[in-house]
Design a protein around this ligand. Structure first.
Ligand SMILES: NC(=O)c1ccc[n+]([C@@H]2O[C@H](COP(=O)([O-])OP(=O)(O)OC[C@H]3O[C@@H](n4cnc5c(N)ncnc54)[C@H](O)[C@@H]3O)[C@@H](O)[C@H]2O)c1
Length: 322
C-alpha cells in the first residue's frame, strides 16, 4: 500500500501483547513506524503495553486471529500463538486452530493487501532432533500425536501454508525459526526454564531440574531476537526463509540453574523431577544462514541477559506486593 510520507509504515503485530510481540512493538515504534497490535490476551498482558498507550502511533485491537481481520497495513508480523508448554497444552485444540486458522486469516489479509508477512515459527518444528546443530534443511523428528504436537504440528502446518501462499499466490513471505528466547516480560508462570529458575530462586523455593539436568539448551536474549526478526522482514522478496534465529551458545540445564541461583544470591536447593514426554535432549541452532543472509548474530551474553531478566522479575514481584 503506497504511503505519502517518508518510510513510515503501518505495521500489524499479531500477538503483540506477548513477551516477544511487545518488544517488537517497541522496536518498530522506535523506528518511527505506526503499530497496530492485535491480540486476544490469552497469554499476553496489558501491562506489557502500558507504556505505549500514550504514543499516538500505537493502537491496540483485542481480536482472536482465528477469525478474519479487515484492516489496512503495510506489513504483517504473525506472533500470535501461546508459546510455552503450560499455555499451549491448556487448550490444545485452540493452539492448533490459532496456528493454522491464524495463519490462513493473516495470509489472506497479506494477499489482499499485497504486503510482506513474517511468521514466528519455532525450533520445535525440528522436534526431538537427530541432527546437531539444526540447520534449516533438516526436516525434523516430530511426534504427530503427542502432548506437544498441537504446537509443533500447528507451527509446521503454518510454515506449509506460508510456502503455499508464496508458490501459489506470489506472496512475499518470511519464516523465522525462533529458538529459546528469554528476557524481561516473559510470563512469570509460563513454566519455561529461564522464568521458572529465576522465580524459584527469587522466592527461595527449590529449583526443579527435569531429568538429570545434563540436557542442553541455547538461550537468545530478546533484543537480539527482535533485531533478527526486523532484519529478516527488511530483506528483498527473494529471501523467504526459513531462517534459524537463536543463540548457538549451549548450556546444560544444570549450568543455567546454578547461574540463576548465583545471580539472585539464592540458597535454593536443586531438585530433580522426571523428564516430560518428547523433551529434546539437545537443541542448538545453526545460524550460518542468518549470518550470511541477514548479517545477524546475537550479541548479548547469557550472563548480561540474565541480569536484566532477574531485574525485571524482581520489579514484578515488588509491584505485586504493593
Ligand atoms: N519465546 C520463545 O522462546 C519462542 C520460541 C520459538 C517461537 N516463538 C514464537 O514466537 C511467538 C511469540 O512468543 P512469546 O514467547 O512472545 O509468547 P507469548 O505467549 O508471550 O505471546 C503470544 C501472544 O499471542 C497471543 N495470542 C495467542 N493466541 C491468540 C489468538 N488466537 N489470537 C490473537 N492473539 C493470540 C497471546 O495472548 C500472546 O500475547 C509465538 O508464535 C511463539 O510460537 C517463541
Amino acid at each position: 500500500m503506497a504511503r505519502l510520507y517518508d518510510n513510515r509504515k503501518r505495521i500489524l503485530v499479531a500477538g503483540g501483547a506477548g513477551f516477544l510481540g511487545s518488544h517488537l512493538c517497541d522496536r518498530l515504534l522506535d523506528q518511527g513506524h505506526e503499530v497496530l497490535c492485535v491480540d486476544n490476551l490469552f497469554t499476553g498482558a496489558k501491562r506489557n503495553l502500558n507504556h505505549l498507550h500514550a504514543n499516538p502511533r500505537f493502537e491496540f485491537l483485542r481480536h482472536d486471529v482465528c477469525f478474519p481481520l479487515y484492516v489496512e497495513v503495510d506489513e504483517i508480523y504473525n506472533l500470535a500463538c501461546p508459546a510455552s508448554p503450560i499455555h499451549y497444552q491448556h487448550d490444545p485444540v485452540q493452539t492448533t486452530k490459532t496456528s493454522v486458522h491464524g495463519a490462513i486469516n493473516l495470509l489472506g489479509l497479506a494477499k489482499r493487501l499485497k504486503v510482506k508477512i513474517l511468521q514466528a515459527s519455532t525450533s520445535e518444528v525440528y522436534g526431538n532432533p537427530t541432527e546437531h546443530p539444526q540447520t534449516e534443511s533438516y526436516w525434523g523428528n516430530v511426534n504427530p500425536i503427542g502432548a506437544r504436537s498441537c504446537y509443533d504440528e500447528g507451527k509446521r502446518c503454518a510454515e506449509t501454508l506460508f510456502f503455499d501462499y508464496h508458490r501459489q499466490h506470489g506472496l512475499a513471505i518470511k519464516v523465522a525459526r525462533i529458538f529459546n528466547t528469554y528476557g524481561p516480560r516473559m510470563h512469570p508462570a509460563d513454566g519455561r526454564v529461564v522464568s521458572n529458575f529465576i522465580m524459584q530462586a527469587l522466592r527461595g523455593e527449590a529449583i526443579t531440574l527435569y531429568g538429570d539436568g545434563s540436557q542442553t539448551r541455547s538461550f537468545c536474549y530478546v533484543d537480539d531476537l527482535i533485531t533478527g526478526l526486523v532484519s529478516l522482514m527488511e530483506t528483498g522478496p527473494e529471501v523467504t526463509g526459513p531462517i534459524n534465529i537463536g543463540n548457538p551458545a549451549e548450556f546444560t540445564i544444570r549450568e543455567l540453574a546454578e547461574l540463576c541461583r548465583e545471580k539472585t544470591g539464592s540458597e535454593s536447593e536443586l531438585v530433580h523431577r522426571p523428564l516430560p514426554q518428547d523433551d529434546p535432549r539437545q537443541r542448538r541452532p545453526d545460524i550460518s544462514l542468518a549470518k550470511t543472509v541477514l548479517d545477524w548474530s546475537p550479541e548479548v551474553a547469557l550472563s548480561d541477559g540474565l541480569d536484566r531478566t532477574i531485574d525485571y522479575f524482581k520489579k514484578l514481584m515488588a509491584a505485586a506486593r504493593h
